[in-house]
Design a protein around this ligand. Structure first.
Ligand code: F0G
Length: 457
């Protein structure tokens, strides 16, 4: 008999979690104004809000913490982290920051000017925020396939070369760089192929432009290339990473994802001029050049995490768990962005709650139902998150309305995946009875989903 697949690690430390009653959850979610960001962690049984900073560190990472050098300048821990980053990415200049958006802030602060255009695949919200707050435009050139959740294509995160070329042809002198997000979080944790990264490089070269990778989940992207793209089956993840980054001029990194630390990030490049400009802002906004918002011990853990998570076994365990959850949803007929992404499953809410009008936010409604059902906290990636159009102030209903079930790394077992799938099935089975959604009672101008207050209709 063939042995079944199992995790490439065993568990050394556990954290108890608690179930609650439906009556308690009714009370708590009401107090939270039907916004799951306003819930307390202890009111949640299984937390799928994000995979950011929520992973479980390994014994090697925990022991590395003890080796932290907390020197203000020139810490040994910085050099250890920098050497690891250079070995994995090929980038020589490394500027640490406290998290990913800080790397964006430091770099975009020197590169992005009013009236600029920054094309790429789908920009993450903070990336878009750092572009739009400088009165520049984030141009989404993702392939059209990404908009059809039921289409099963291997690299749904890709940049559409025609759209990118058209944007550059029109705005060439106003494009400071192209940004490619690997994997494409907004489109469902979907990977970008090596072929596509190569094409982006060629188009960039044609117009004399630079390329930056938003690299939060670059290791997961490399795993998909190995599994899905011809010619990469026999390459190691680290070899694939080196080739991916050879097509970029720099990277921003949220280390809270693929480096499996609770906090941290960096900007890395081979362009000395970029580094020299960014380092001035880095000192002002983040801290001195060899810590930039991180403790020495955090840089040690980051180095180990990056090294571990660019190994096949770790990534295989992680992504197969996401695929396991997807297979359960397939069994129950629940529609999600296909195929399963690297870090999450994105449930297509309007296809589930067909009676809830878009004006009443189907994905947020489904998020609330899932919490009420079993204390599972997912996250709306849909009409609330899309904010209003800055000019017309109308809600933006033109994108997808998804519920993201985001899986922290090395945290939950497949038994938890079974609970998540069963809870979702219970909601799915009574979907026709759910006829009303929610109404906004208070909202912020920007990034409203974090603080929005809602009432149930
Ligand atoms: N880029 C991508 C692709 C991201 O997914 C995130 C964060 C960032 C940049 C910003 O990094 O949080 O360290 O400042 N994504 C988290 C999420 C918050 O839940 O998807 P950060």
């Amino acid at each position: 008999m063939e042995l079944p697949f199992a995790e490439s690690w065993k568990i050394k430390m556990v954290e108890p979690i608690k179930k609650s009653t439906r009556a308690e959850r009714e009370q708590w979610i009401k107090e939270a104004h039907y916004n799951v960001f306003q819930l307390k962690g202890e009111q949640v049984y299984i937390d799928l809000l994000t995979d950011s900073g929520t992973g479980a560190m390994s014994d090697r990472q925990w022991s590395a913490l003890m080796m932290g050098d907390e020197s203000y300048a020139g810490a040994r821990s910085f050099y250890r982290m920098k050497d690891t980053i250079t070995r994995i990415t090929g980038f020589e200049y490394v500027l640490p920051t406290h998290q990913g958006r800080a790397a964006e802030n430091v770099l975009f602060g020197v590169l992005v000017k009013e009236g600029d255009y920054v094309p790429g695949n789908s920009h993450f919200d903070t990336t878009k925020g750092h572009i739009e707050s400088r009165k520049a435009f984030a141009i989404d050139c993702t392939v059209d396939e990404a908009k059809n959740t039921q289409l099963e294509v291997p690299f749904k995160g890709n940049v559409d070369p025609k759209k990118l070329d058209a944007c550059l042809a029109e705005h060439a002198d106003k494009v400071p760089f192209i940004i490619v997000t690997i994997t494409n979080n907004t489109a469902g944790g979907q990977p970008v192929s090596m072929q596509n990264l190569r094409e982006v490089r060629q188009i960039a070269d044609k117009y004399g432009k630079k390329v930056i990778f938003d690299s939060a989940r670059f290791a997961e992207n490399a795993y998909f290339i190995k599994m899905r793209e011809d010619g990469y089956q026999n390459k190691t993840i680290k070899e694939i990473c080196r080739e991916m980054f050879s097509y970029a001029d720099g990277m921003t990194m949220s280390a809270k994802k693929d480096a499996i630390v609770n906090m941290g990030g960096f900007f890395a490049t081979n362009i000395q001029e970029w580094y020299d400009m960014a380092k001035v802002r880095g000192i002002v906004c983040e801290g001195y050049l060899t810590y930039g918002g991180m403790n020495g011990r955090d840089m040690e853990a980051l180095a180990v995490g990056l090294d571990e998570n660019t190994e096949f076994d770790n990534l295989e365990t992680r992504i197969r768990q996401v695929q396991y959850l997807a297979s359960k949803l397939d069994e129950y007929g629940i529609p999600y962005q296909r195929p399963a992404g690297g870090h999450a499953i994105f449930v297509d809410a309007p296809k589930v709650l067909t009676n809830v009008p878009k004006e009443e936010f189907p994905a947020q409604t489904l998020t609330i139902e899932l919490y009420l059902e079993a204390g599972i906290r997912a996250c709306e990636i849909g009409y609330l998150l899309a904010d209003r159009d800055p000019v017309t102030r109308e809600n933006r209903f033109n994108g997808l309305d998804l519920v993201r079930l985001c899986i922290p790394r090395r945290v939950y077992t497949n038994n938890h995946m079974d609970v998540i799938a069963a809870a979702l099935k219970n909601v799915y089975d009574r979907r026709n009875e759910i006829k009303r959604g929610v109404r906004i009672t208070w909202e912020a101008e920007l990034m409203r989903h974090f603080t929005v207050q809602l009432e149930r209709l």
